[in-house]
Design a protein around this ligand. Structure first.
Ligand code: SF4
Length: 521
């Protein structure tokens, strides 16, 4: 059996480590189930100098070293791969996750040390790659869902790996491999009283993907949204679509997992990292969340404060939880039951209150529903956490005004994020050329610059420059309509003389059709 080392890269260096990497923990569990020997070096939790990787790689005779994450971990992964290859030259270096799936050929060019990469969903692909390594067979051409290279370094993508059908066949993540105390020490967050006083929070995942098509969002094969097709050079490449394979865990799977976490690790808070709980609930015709809440309560996980209808305090037992919601898809009776079962807050990606922006966004909401959602959620007892964005392609003084007026009406103060075209999103493929122009044709420099959208990287606003967007962010934060009017007045006489900052274009990697990738039978 293979000896495998997982390295969890540093993510959001400016913040403390808050999330046990769910995907890595799940793949580690799958590998262990197959009998492989697995170790984890959690660089994100330990925050040691990156050179520590050398020691870790030399600590054993690894058959494979595995690394992966979202695009925002690219900087760390690139440096880490160099150190891994130098210090464990005989180990196969396996990569996976969003940073690779969104742009496999580019990543293989930029990080020549990677031997093989898992594209899209890896639950079946990864163990197949490990089995090959175990047999010292390093020809991956017959494994679905991988990118590999020949002796010259040229990269090849095999055909798409079907999504697994039944998520409940997955084992629980191997949490025991991670330094849990570091994560528990950072359990608290400011979203609700219960989450702020949490001492032992862990993430859980109930579903993969989302049925909607927000243009800034990416699913990277987790929803059946990915195909592999031949590009104009005759090479296989990834193509993202509006196709969907909707999949969620049963309530029994989720509740027994949380019960286990409560009994074994004494968790007091479970954070659902699902892309959107409400879209899954809609796919289940409104039964999934109700079933989940009822079983949560039956399993004795309902917090004392909700059971007795008393304020939350330090004596509260049970497990509180949070997740993501949707302004047009939440139902008052479901929210009420969620509150009773212990839900404390729900993140609402409202993004904007402008009709044009929302119509083009693919979110399936509108300004009226966005406004109503706050009161509907509050009425259930759950706290809504709204997200606001500025810098949409069609952003205008009018759209910003609509957003500020709604924020004033609702009494919300929000520092908006900047519209950012992350690889894998529709925006990225539509505006890739404009993005490259903004980075002197150095796409890798753009990828290295990406963070959590709290700073401007490449703009995709047709009308506003980075300077204007920075000012508009402050104006929205201050809800200062006077400053907005003054800015518009100053700008109006020259606005029509300026050519658009950017232009969208068609891309091979994006097909706006509902063509889903295969689902395993
Ligand atoms: S609703 Fe959320 S998860 Fe779904 S596509 Fe939009 S941003 Fe992505």
């Amino acid at each position: 059996m293979a000896k495998i080392l997982f390295i969890n890269p540093v993510v959001r260096e400016e913040d403390v480590p808050r999330h046990i990497p769910y995907g890595i923990a799940l793949l580690a569990a799958i590998a262990m189930k197959k009998g492989h020997l697995v170790q984890v070096y959690d660089a994100n939790a330990h925050r040691l100098p990156i050179e520590t990787i050398i020691e870790v790689c030399q600590a054993d005779d690894w058959d494979a070293v595995c690394i992966g994450g979202l695009t925002t971990t690219y900087n760390y992964i690139k440096k880490a791969c160099k150190l891994i290859k130098e210090s464990a030259p005989n180990a196969q270096l396996i990569a996976g996750g969003g940073f690779l799936t969104s742009m496999p050929h580019e990543i293989f060019e930029w990080i020549p040390e990677i031997d093989v990469g898992c594209i899209g969903e890896s639950f079946e692909t990864f163990p197949e790659v490990l089995a090959k390594i175990d047999n010292k067979d390093f020809n991956y051409a017959d494994v679905l869902g991988v990118i590999h290279r020949d002796l010259t370094g040229k990269s090849f993508l095999t055909n798409v790996r079907p999504n697994i059908k039944d998520l409940d066949t997955l084992p629980w993540p191997a949490w025991e491999l991670f330094p849990l105390d570091i994560y528990f020490a950072n359990s608290a967050n400011l979203f609700s009283e219960e989450s702020f006083t949490s001492k032992r929070r862990m993430d859980i995942n109930g579903s993969f993907g989302c049925g909607l098509t927000c243009k800034y969002c990416w699913h990277l094969g987790t929803t059946g949204d990915m195909l592999v097709e031949e590009n104009e050079h005759g090479d296989n490449d990834v193509v993202f679509t509006y196709g969907r394979n909707i999949r969620y865990h049963s309530a029994d799977y989720i509740v027994s997992m949380v019960k286990h976490l409560h009994d074994k690790y004494d968790i007091d808070f479970a954070a659902f990292i699902d892309e959107n709980l409400m879209t899954m609930d809609v796919a289940s015709k409104g039964t999934w969340l109700k079933d989940l809440c009822n079983k949560w309560i039956e399993a004795g996980l309902q917090p004392t404060c909700r059971q007795k209808g008393i304020p939350h305090d330090e004596n509260c037992k049970g497990v509180h939880w949070n997740g993501t919601s949707h302004a047009g898809l939440h139902r008052p009776e479901t929210l009420k039951l969620m509150f009773e079962a212990g839900c404390t807050h729900l993140v609402y990606g409202l993004e904007s209150f402008d009709p044009t922006v929302l119509r083009n966004l693919g979110k399936g909401s509108n300004a009226r529903k966005n406004k109503q959602s706050i009161a509907t959620c509050l009425a259930s007892g759950i706290k809504p956490i709204p997200n606001i964005i500025i810098g949409f392609p069609e952003e205008s003084f009018e759209s910003v005004r609509n957003t500020i007026e709604a924020l004033v009406e609702l009494g919300i103060t929000a520092k908006p994020h900047f519209a950012t075209a992350y690889p894998g999103s529709e925006w990225y493929y539509a505006y890739k050329d404009s993005i490259m122009e903004q980075y002197d044709n150095d796409l890798e420099a753009y990828i290295m610059d990406l963070g959590d959208a709290s700073k401007i990287t490449a703009t995709i606003s047709h009308e506003f420059s980075p300077m204007q967007l920075l000012g508009l962010q402050q104006i929205v934060y201050l809800k200062d309509l006077r400053l907005l009017d003054l800015s518009e007045k100053h700008w109006a006489p020259v606005q029509h003389e300026l050519s658009p900052m950017i232009q969208p274009k068609l891309s091979f990697n994006l097909k706006t059709v509902k063509e889903a990738g295969p689902l395993a039978s």
